[in-house]
Ligand binder design. Structure first.
Ligand SMILES: [Mn+2]
Length: 435
């Protein structure tokens, strides 16, 4: 099958050809070293091939902080141009074969046509995301004081209807899940009754849940704070789990790496939700202080490894019955969004491989024997292994780039798009924050 990628195959091949000899040698050396640990490098490479992580449509545009947004040249102005950018990333890194849409930012008249265009560029659609945290032009009711948990039934009805429209659009795109994040909550003590607000949220979600197609899931994304600075209705994994459990089988929790209090043990949350079959999805990013939405693995790569370690553990226990929806949920404020997504995808590939290298039988033995240092060293051994050749070999085998960032820069894609997309009008996007 050949796809109409935005980036020429000849460029990728010629750039690869300069690096192939060194890569083959590095891959062979690493293979020898792993063999001494009883690991078959080909098996690890095969497992990486199956890894899929979605690109959020809004991720290829410049994000922003609450204070400013500095759009770069050649930024996509609509979902069709976002698809072009996503196809470049997919072409180079291989693992990003789906796009996660966001409504109404990605609304179009012809969803079947959009699905066809994406398919021609080797892309499919992952979870659809609703937006009831912003008011849209012409909207009857305001979300200033909430949406699905709002005190006014008319506001809740509008938010429910929007989510149902997202499902309908997603069905035409071939999506199989709806991700719901709401900013509902309160900024001051006394502003909102905690129990009543949660009740209203559950009632609204039950109406959305009732409209899910049989083969769909709904993911509940929690976030500790912002825009509600005192109490958020779905602030933590506990509230998310309670909501998902009360709604039913098709409702699951979605963990975003940035949506927790500082120092929260997020890998433990992953283990808990996976244990009870409620981990529906994971949003990758990184942060130093709050919901910073920085590039995956840029601040705390060991935490990212520990998250992947729990995902790998869940994978092993479930025997292929464990398939959370993975997405990179980042806000690119000062970097080229495509470059950030490329480097983050490569980081995720590498980290997944490191987690796959963990010697689980030895780890279980060390845990059973209370060999604390031994257990800890087993994780460190996997984490400190330079597995870059495995990820590069996988990309080469799959038609991608050995060095995706270098090829992207050599392609002059951004400059070309800067000329084509000189008109500054653009689709609405995440000018303030991002979920
Ligand atoms: Mn998120």
């Amino acid at each position: 099958m050949s796809f109409d990628f935005e980036l020429s195959g000849e460029l990728v091949s010629s750039e690869n050809s300069q690096l192939t000899q060194d890569l083959e040698r590095d891959y062979c050396d690493l293979g020898d070293r792993l063999l001494r640990r009883g690991i078959d490098i080909e098996d690890i490479t095969r497992r990486l091939k199956a890894f899929r992580v979605a690109i959020p449509s809004w991720g290829v545009g410049t994000g922003g902080t609450r204070f400013a947004r500095f759009p770069g040249p050649g930024e996509p102005r609509n979902i069709y141009e976002k698809i072009e950018d996503c196809s470049v990333i997919r072409r180079l890194v291989c693992s990003t074969q789906t796009v996660s849409t966001h409504f109404p930012w990605d609304s179009v008249d012809d969803y079947e046509g959009l699905a066809e265009l994406a398919g021609s560029k080797g892309l499919g659609f992952d979870a659809v995301n609703s937006n009831t945290f912003q008011d849209q032009p012409g909207q009857a009711e305001s979300y200033k004081f909430g949406s699905l948990a709002h005190t006014d039934k008319a506001v809740r009805a509008q938010a429910i209807e929007h989510n149902i429209e997202c499902i309908e659009a997603g069905q035409k795109l071939g999506s199989r899940a709806l991700t719901v994040w709401v900013g509902d909550g309160s900024n001051f003590p006394g502003q909102q009754n905690f129990r009543d607000a949660f009740e209203r949220y559950l009632e609204s979600m039950a109406q959305i849940y009732a409209r899910l197609p049989d083969d769909w899931q709904v993911f509940i994304e929690h976030k500790l704070f912002e825009p509600a600075f005192y109490a958020t209705v779905i602030a933590d994994w506990g509230s998310s789990y309670l909501a998902a459990t009360s709604l039913g089988e098709k409702a699951k929790c979605l963990v975003d790496l940035g949506h927790h209090a500082p120092n929260t043990n997020i890998e433990l949350i992953v283990a808990r939700l996976a244990h009870f079959g409620k981990l529906g999805g994971f949003h990758f990013n990184d942060s130093k202080y709050g919901d910073d939405d920085l590039d995956s693995g840029s601040i705390n790569p060991y935490q990212l490894f520990l998250v992947f370690n729990e995902l790998a553990d869940a994978q092993e226990r479930s025997q292929n019955d464990f398939a959370p929806a993975y997405m990179m949920d980042q806000s690119h404020n000062v970097t080229d969004p495509i470059e950030s997504l490329i480097t983050s995808a490569v980081t995720l590939q590498r980290t997944l491989v490191q987690a796959t290298l963990v010697n689980r039988p030895a780890l279980r033995d060390a845990q059973a024997a209370n060999d604390v240092t031994g257990a800890s060293q087993i994780l460190q051994q996997a984490y400190t292994t330079d597995v870059s050749p495995i990820a590069a070999k996988m990309r080469l085998d799959e038609g991608g780039a050995i060095d995706p960032l270098a090829v992207f820069r050599r392609s002059e894609y951004r400059n070309r798009k800067a000329n084509e997309r000189s008109d500054l009008s653009r689709n609405p996007g995440p000018s303030e924050g991002i979920v």
